[in-house]
Design a protein around this ligand. Structure first.
Ligand code: F6P
Length: 344
């Protein structure tokens, strides 16, 4: 078969490992030819490609980012987008397209498969771990490890100065990274989008903690965390050229409020894109590799409109419509029954 592949949306560690696995399984097991589209959907629409082979993917397993490049935006944003997609697929003689993407790209993939009959198989990726239908996405484990390493370091400086360190992590719609890194890093407070927070309650917790002689604290804030209505004002948010809301900055606001309300010395730390960069953990390399191999199997089984997913310990193919247009909230029992036990 001739199989196209693209990586869409924000990058995440493990993308190259997926591509390498697709190529390895496709080329060596089925004799497929794999065509890589550059810069996500734009590459398909404008036929910007590179051939991917076992040889060209050599050495990429531990590399962060994506050799294909990526961008936001989709063919559904332009009037000729779908027509361009179909023309590329037929003119290039492609039998299938593998879309490695997050919520946005997989929603587009579902529409293209269901409404326009394109032979698409999805692979879920995002550090945010918020895709419905899979127990985990690759990139998440790496992001949690990076955030945990940072928190470990922040503990020692916080203790030296008796400070409250407010660490902002990614997590646009869901608090997966914040909750896991908060548990792993021993945070005193974790604020997530799923549970609007009361800043007075947060300060109360920290004051009680100080009262017990614990003068240094770590507060983890997901970038999408929300204060209770009417409590504190967040800065105006801007959108990028694709209309994607640019988050980031809530950690500074929370740190300033804590400082003002408690009198404790407080510092904000914004981890930002550091969480998406660099080499994937061994766990993410294995998950990415399993996803890539399974995606090629799904293509050969003509499972159009599906995505590969982790369910328990198994890799399965699930309908893309399970994931499309939705986000997966953090497991609240993990938050309330585990993370909160360690809060100040
Ligand atoms: O890919 C998801 C994500 O990492 C979000 O957590 C974050 O809000 C967003 O991407 C940042 O996107 P960009 O790279 O466009 O700034």
């Amino acid at each position: 078969m001739r199989i196209g592949v693209l990586t869409g949306g924000g990058d995440c560690p493990g993308l190259n490992a997926v591509l390498r696995a697709i190529v390895r399984k496709g080329e060596r097991v089925f004799g497929d030819e794999i065509i890589g589209f550059l810069d996500a959907w734009e590459g398909v629409q404008h036929r910007r490609t590179i051939p991917l082979s076992v040889e060209s993917m050599r050495g990429t397993l531990p590399k962060g980012g994506t050799v294909l490049g990526t961008t936001r935006g989709s063919p559904l944003d332009s009037p000729d987008g779908v027509r361009d997609m179909k023309a590329t697929m037929s003119d290039m003689g492609l039998d299938a397209l593998i879309v490695v993407g997050g919520n946005g790209s997989l929603t587009v993939a579902e529409i293209l498969a269901r409404e326009h009959g394109l032979p698409i198989v999805g692979v879920p990726k995002t550090i945010d771990n918020d895709i419905v239908g899979t127990d985990l996405t690759f990139g998440f484990n790496t992001a949690v490890q990076i955030a945990t390493d940072a928190i470990d370091r922040l503990h020692t400086t916080a203790e030296s100065h008796d400070r409250v360190m407010v660490v902002e992590v990614m997590g646009r719609h869901s608090g997966w990274i914040a909750t896991h890194a908060g548990i792993a890093g021993g945070a005193s407070v974790v604020l997530i989008p799923e549970r609007p927070f009361d800043i007075d309650e947060v300060c109360g917790r920290l004051i009680r903690r100080h009262g017990r002689g614990r003068f240094a604290s770590i507060v983890v804030v997901a970038e999408g965390a929300k204060p209770l209505d009417g409590t504190i004002d967040l800065p105006e948010q801007t959108t990028d050229r694709f209309g994607h809301l640019q988050l980031g900055g809530i950690g500074s606001v929370v740190a300033a409020e804590i400082g003002q309300r408690t009198g404790f010395e407080t510092r904000p730390v914004l981890l930002g894109h550091v969480q998406r960069g660099g080499t994937p953990t061994a766990f993410d390399r294995v998950l990415s590799t399993r996803f890539g191999v399974a995606a090629v199997d799904a293509v050969h089984e003509h499972r159009w409109g599906s995505m590969v997913a982790l369910r328990g310990t198994e890799i399965v193919a699930v309908p893309l419509h399970e994931a499309a247009g939705r986000t997966r909230p953090v497991d609240l029992s993990l938050f309330t029954d585990v993370a909160e036990i360690f809060f100040a």
